[in-house]
Design a protein around this ligand. Structure first.
Ligand code: HEM
Length: 398
């Protein structure tokens, strides 16, 4: 039976703390069909083992268009310009698209960005100095990953406020209503103009490299090119902000955690993995569609049915993680699914980890006395099922 979850997902109480509901579902119906805010029925997978298997199951396709996707764009031309990317493809298209950019995201290439990430971080922290209160999301968690991804791709940082608003609407999905097709169209128009400009003025950036792949080697269509930049910008914008925001809340809400990490920065890598597990920045995977009748966790799923893996729930599964609701800065075994699993495993994971290490390392060092400016219960979370992140995080920086 389909559960009416439309209100549940939009409900601020569910958003504030979805963990008890997910724990209940893992026990009582770990694979369940729900009605999503966009009126679409989807199977939610909430246990770790089922989730890991589903993410790697080739019978769950990423390349099948869903009716719900039509809400994203008003014209086929716009829809095509945002949907021909690796996260909406199966092999062999997926393999070709991912290979074209994977060299830019290897651990070694990303590590080389560290000095620049440090510089950007220091600049943002300099601007926070001397303020009585500020919103840590606005002042730090958002601009850091945006600036890094813009520089890496070759998008003028001066335009970042514009895609901050577009991408926020786009990841909110159907809950954003009519704003969704408008934002999508504006972003595509912007990207097309940017590509035209860069075609006449090449630079040493990812966009120029991809233009060569398209124009000289013909290994990419124009829609694939626009979709690639679109995906990288959205993925680079909307995710790491939540890792920094959620991690900062985890530390500030229980002061001894902040103090412990400050006293022992060697814990940073395991602490960041634990932030990713405990309050996963991406709440659910993107949609997959069953290409044939299949079974997951004892539940029959029919060909054509959409499936969503709830990463946030899988990462709190008591059958996989001892004491999953406890946050351990030094949790040793942590095979979380926060970056997904299988062929669509997050391309940007090394970059997100680097940004988080620099961000938390410097934040703790430069603002040892930082505290929340409002009680944690008053904080609100962003709507939608895809992302788990705070609207704002008011702090006293001192
Ligand atoms: C904490 C930060 C991040 C988290 C939690 C995260 C999470 C994820 C997840 C869960 C997926 C798989 C989705 C699915 O299978 O449905 C994914 C894919 C992807 N991510 Fe990330 N991501 C993060 C940061 C980034 C960054 C900084 C980039 C930079 C460009 C990025 C680029 C991508 C791309 C391109 C894919 C698609 C890979 C494919 O289809 O092969 N991500 N990410």
């Amino acid at each position: 039976m389909t559960q009416q979850l439309a209100e549940g997902f939009a409900d601020p109480a569910f958003q504030a703390n979805p963990h008890p509901a997910y724990a209940h579902w893992r026990r009582t119906g770990p694979v369940r069909q729900v009605r999503l805010p966009n009126d679409m029925n989807a199977w939610l997978i909430t246990r770790y083992d089922d989730s890991r298997r589903a993410l790697a199951d080739p019978r769950l396709s990423k390349a099948i268009p869903l009716d719900a996707a039509s809400a994203t764009a008003r014209t086929p031309s716009i829809a095509s310009a945002v949907s021909k990317h690796m996260l909406a493809s199966d092999p062999p298209v997926h393999t070709r698209l991912r290979r074209l950019v994977s060299a830019a995201f290897t651990a070694r290439r990303i590590e080389a960005l560290r000095p620049r990430v440090e510089e950007i971080t220091d600049g943002l922290l300099d601007d926070m100095q001397g303020k009585e209160t500020l919103d840590l999301i606005d002042a730090f968690a958002f601009p850091l990953p945006i600036q890094v991804i813009c520089e890496l791709i070759g998008v003028p940082a001066a335009d970042r406020d514009r895609f901050r608003s577009w991408s926020t609407i786009i990841v909110t999905g159907a809950l954003a209503g009519d704003a969704l097709p408008v934002a999508t169209e504006e972003m595509v128009t912007y990207l097309r103009a940017l590509l035209a400009e860069r075609r006449s003025h090449r630079a040493d950036d990812l966009i120029s490299g991809l233009i060569d792949v398209r124009d000289r080697e013909d290994r990419l269509t124009e829609d694939e090119l626009t979709s690639m930049i679109f995906l990288l910008l959205i993925a680079g914008h909307e995710t790491t902000v939540n890792l920094i925001g959620n991690g900062a809340l985890i530390l500030l809400d229980q002061r001894e955690r902040w103090e412990r990490l400050r006293a022992d920065p060697a814990l940073l890598p395991t602490a960041i993995e634990e932030f990713l597990r405990y309050e996963s920045p991406v709440e659910t995977s993107t949609f997959r569609v069953a290409t044939e009748d299949l079974e997951i966790g004892g539940q029959r799923i029919a060909a054509g049915d959409p499936v969503l893996v709830v990463l946030l729930s899988a990462n709190r599964d008591e059958d996989r993680f001892p004491a999953p609701d406890d946050m351990h800065l030094d949790r040793a075994q942590n095979p979380h699914l926060a970056f997904g699993h299988g062929i669509h495993y997050c391309l940007g994971a090394p970059l997100a980890r680097l940004e988080a290490q620099v961000a938390f390392g410097k934040l703790l060092e430069r603002f040892p006395g930082m505290r929340l400016a409002v009680p944690a219960e008053e904080l609100t979370w962003r709507p939608g099922v895809l992302m788990r992140g705070l609207h704002d995080l008011p702090v006293v920086p001192a």
